[in-house]
Design a protein around this ligand. Sequence first.
Ligand code: DGY
Length: 324
Amino acid sequence: MAPHVRPRVFVTRQLPGEALGRLSKHVELRVWEEELPPPREALLELARGVEGLITLLTDRVDAPLLEASPSLRAVSNVAVGYDNIDVAACTARRIAVGNTPGVLTETTADFAFALLMGLARRVAEADGYVRAGQWRTWSPTLLLGADIHGATLGIVGLGAIGAAMARRARGFGMRVLYVNRHPKPELEAVLGLRRVDKATLLAESDFVSLHVPLTPETRHWMGRAELAAMKPGAMLVNTARGTVVDQAALAEALAGGRLGGAALDVTEPEPLPMDSPLLKLPNVLLAPHIASASHATRGRMASMAVDNLLAALDGRRPPHCVNP
Ligand code: DGY
């Protein structure tokens, strides 16, 4: 990149690590310094006249934004998911779109498994119980939970994160079923997984963990009918996207006692409104979309997003590019 033509770049939030310092050596950089994302009007205004954008999953990049910024050549999302971006509209304008796959796989699976364990063994409830001064003696009936070893885990979407979840589950002595558009015979052989149809997965799994991207096909993949088809007392873990689940139907299934519980790192909307029925249910474990939130992983995601952006601004295809 020639030093005299520094492209203008807007970054919609401060990022951890050294990545933005590195970026600032190559571009005219403007960073949104507030804790909350730029409001829509501010985003449209600040995107005007820039060549590059670094965005988060909270920032909607759609046709009106692209129209407001005809100079835009690259959008780099600091996430593996990119359902906040209209990729087709970007592609039609020859705007490169990057994402951050791979670097967050293990960290996200760690957290999905932590949620599964926390839900099964009621860790948050136990913590609240002790802090509230309710612990009076050891009791044979206190806070009984579900066993993880020997249970069946159903994985929905055997991509990189789903496979990492399967490895953890096998290490804990679980039987693992999966649904995926394509069979993965190599993983079946190495990990002893079984590909089944949706009905079998729902009927046989003690835990169901969602690992699909949000697309028109996966929207409400876990709907009212699917929740009703789950094994009674089964538990749901969602670290994918909130909209993959019909949340109203989930709250009803939980309140009605049909399901054993749900652990949700992602919800619809985010943040979850304080009047959500999910907040009133003791068998719901909630987290604020932090599955990839380790120091190291968030630093790597930021760095990868900068690599993608710099490549695109330099006229190269970003190393992780989602345009077809
Ligand atoms: C992603 O990368 O898509 C996650 O949801 C945030 O890390």
